[in-house]
Ligand binder design. Structure first.
Ligand SMILES: [Cu+2]
Length: 471
């Protein structure tokens, strides 16, 4: 279990990795041994064993990179390499990432820390890492060709700077950007404040994840890197629902969620049951006078948004991107609209030729979540996850905020489905249904038409198949 490639087996194993701080002088002169994580589980917060204390974050379906202290410098070792990421149970993608995973591990430091990051390039082409949003010497900014030569395959470069301002940052390649980011290379960086900060509250739970997107044909493993807009997998930390872990909190916890968008489109992220405030952006903490309550915040391309709320309503609350195509998995995007089309006669004729032919979509597409459709190997249905009341007709950028009064402080384990108090679940009306009174007035508009149309018109539209671009 604790092999070199998989020795981050839990909080204990992480601590063992970090205690490399007590190694010999000879070893300290060498590179810190890279820590590799191959599991897609949400790891418990990495409580800092050395350096200044802070309240560690939890990376959704991810982990924090251990470090060692070397004469007052925090040393990390990132390895850029091809990885296999389980995006959901039954579906693995061949991506590029860092230290065994896409996204790479979260890096956590404290304001004022001097940080040294060794980056080893195990890709087949040049690489560099840009520390998105950080104040640092220009030559440490990681832009290939502009501020440094690309890191050649097989070589290791060193980045070193002081984490000057507290906040939430990202890291990603600035070498062959289109390809390397489409392949999943990115990660989160948290700089905790060194002392109490007027604009950075202490919270009980602090979650982080990246919004990313892939175009992987059903049955294949490698993203199509030339895709610009029409992605078919919308993911959080390279996981898609039902593969994304729930965000588990204790009732009345103060919760912070930090989300960074490294896709090619914006994502309006929506939380049910609570109002939150945006308390920080890539630029730093938001002044209190500029905060206001929201239930959705739009995260533009290349942006980070940090939201906070008190989780004071018990239940299983949906938390998702509000672009409905982004809560779909592969195969949900390029199908003609069949609503209202009666194709029973055609179906009968086709069935004589193709016995397995299925009529789909004429009542909507939710039926497809229950249909036993043969799927190619290595893919997931376009939507679906089994809830306590049946299929949840969504995939992609969707998870659940689970608020429980019985959850122990620091316990992130899944408490199961919410047990609703009697009489608090929507129910079927079985009484009589009176006819609704309907208005038949067409309305007048702001100006009367010059003449009445002589023939009544009803537009009948059948959407053409294909040619569906962008979301
Ligand atoms: Cu979205």
């Amino acid at each position: 279990m604790l092999s070199r490639r998989n020795f981050v087996g839990g909080a204990g194993a992480l601590t063992a990795a970090v205690s490399a701080a007590s190694v010999s002088q000879v070893a300290m002169a060498a590179l810190p041994e890279p820590v590799i994580q191959t599991r897609p589980d949400t790891m418990p917060p990495l409580v800092p064993p050395t350096g200044r204390p802070y309240n560690a974050v939890v990376t959704l379906n991810g982990w924090t990179l251990p470090w060692r202290m070397n004469q007052g410098v925090k040393e990390f070792h990132l390895v850029a390499e091809p990885v296999v990421r389980e995006m959901a149970p039954g579906f693995k993608a061949h991506l590029w990432g860092y230290n065994g995973q896409s996204p790479g591990p979260t890096i956590e430091v404290v304001e004022g820390d001097r940080v040294r990051i060794f980056v080893t390039n195990k890709l087949g082409e040049v690489h560099s890492v840009h520390w998105h949003g950080q104040r640092l010497p220009n030559g440490m900014d990681g832009v290939t060709g502009l501020t440094q030569p690309g890191i050649p395959p097989g070589k290791t470069f060193v980045y070193e700077f002081v984490a000057r301002r507290p906040g939430t940052f990202m890291y990603h390649p600035h070498a062959d950007e289109m390809v390397q980011m489409a392949m999943g290379m990115m990660g989160f960086w948290i700089t905790h404040p060194k002392s109490r900060h007027a604009l950075i509250d202490e919270v009980d739970r602090d979650f982080v994840f990246l919004l990313n997107a892939y175009d992987i044909d059903p049955g294949s493993y490698t993203p199509k890197i030339m895709t610009m807009l029409d992605f078919n997998l919308w993911s959080w930390n390279s996981r898609i629902f039902p593969g994304i872990d729930p965000l588990v909190v204790r009732k009345n916890d103060k919760v912070r969620i930090r989300m960074g968008n490294l896709t090619m489109t914006n994502h309006p992220i929506h939380l049910h049951g609570h109002e939150f405030q945006v308390t920080g952006t890539d630029g730093g903490p938001t002044p209190k006078s500029a905060r206001y309550p929201e239930v959705t915040t739009d995260i533009a391309v290349g942006q980070m948004r940090q939201i906070e709320f008190v989780a004071d309503e018990e239940g299983d609350w949906a938390f998702h991107c509000h672009k409905s195509h982004h809560t779909m998995n592969a195969m949900g995007h390029d199908v003609p609209t069949m609503i209202g089309v009666d194709h029973r006669g055609v179906a009968r004729q086709i069935t004589q030729l193709i016995p397995d032919y299925m009529v789909m979509g004429e009542r909507g597409m939710k039926d497809m979540t229950e249909m036993e459709m043969p799927l190619p190997d290595n893919t997931v249905p376009m939507m679906g996850g089994e809830g306590p009341f049946g299929s949840v007709g969504m995939g992609g950028m969707f998870s659940v905020l689970k608020v429980r009064s019985g959850q122990k402080p620091g316990d992130y384990s899944d408490p199961g489905w919410f047990q609703h108090p009697p009489g608090t679940v929507a129910y079927e009306w079985t009484g009589a249904l009176p006819d609704a009174a309907r208005s038949h007035a067409a309305g007048t508009g702001s100006m009367p038409p010059r003449a009445r149309p002589t023939t009544p018109t009803e537009v009948r539209v059948r959407k053409p198949a294909g040619g569906h671009a962008g979301h």
